[in-house]
Design a protein. Structure first.
Length: 237
């Protein structure tokens, strides 16, 4: 996972103020990672809040640290279809070469994510044994240019279960509220040290795409150590 270099300015102050309010108002959350401007192939969302299941992370297999984005694309495809696959099936559906698919399947089997059945067929494990994330909340924070903020927020649904735009309270007007009523993205306002959900985001079923898995794997690698799992309360990356 790559991150954009943060620049100081009004938007970074808005982001910091919101995170302070979020942590203050959600102190009961004990399994939360916050990502600052991570690269998601569709851009660099200002904030990505990931809530995950602390109990499930203990199932992390160390071989998962060796998985590439290609491996995660194949894993997500197999999870979505929920059936038995041959390499030929995957080749026809995904377009990858036999060698690439075999290497990825070998890595996924080493990580206990895929089983090799009879007749050279492969099947993924149960989703609950592999995906620990409960919610991925993307937030676009803007001082101006609210129309572009909604475009970016709606794009973030390709990896997030929820997506929001964030403005300071005094900036929100009827045009923004009307746009929020028509958009799948939600609207947040920040007033001093408090934030308010003006309109709720639509909720997508997790994992939305292989990019959802990138967050899942990043948390797994950074949470499960050789001596066990540690609490990830409001860790910021």
């Amino acid at each position: 996972m790559r991150f954009k270099k943060r620049t100081e300015g009004p938007e970074s102050i808005l982001v910091n103020d919101f995170l302070s309010a979020y942590k203050q108002n959600n102190s009961e959350i004990d399994s939360c990672f916050i990502f600052m401007e991570p690269f998601t192939e569709s851009g660099f969302p200002d904030i990505v809040i990931v809530l995950w299941d602390y109990a499930k992370i203990s199932k992390w297999h160390p071989e998962r640290s060796n998985l590439s984005n290609l491996d995660l694309k194949i894993l997500h495809h197999m999870m979505t279809k929920r059936c038995n696959f041959t390499i030929e099936n995957l080749k026809n559906q995904l377009g990858y070469s036999t060698n690439k698919l075999q290497r990825s399947l070998d890595k996924l089997m080493s990580a206990n994510l895929v089983r090799n059945l009879k007749n050279n067929k492969y099947r993924v494990c149960a989703i609950n044994d592999a995906f620990y994330v409960k919610s991925i909340i993307a937030i676009e924070a803007k001082i101006k240019n609210w129309k572009n903020a909604f475009v970016q927020a709606e794009t973030n649904f390709w990896f997030a279960s929820e997506s929001y735009v964030l403005f300071r309270d005094e900036f929100i007007n009827h045009n923004i509220i009307n746009k929020a009523s028509l958009s799948p993205a939600g609207l947040l306002s920040l007033n001093n040290s408090n934030y308010q959900v003006i309109s709720k985001s639509e909720r997508m079923k997790m994992p939305v795409s292989y990019c959802s898995w990138i967050f899942n794997e990043y948390i797994g690698k950074n949470t499960y150590m050789g001596d066990g799992a540690r609490n990830g309360s409001f860790e910021i990356f």
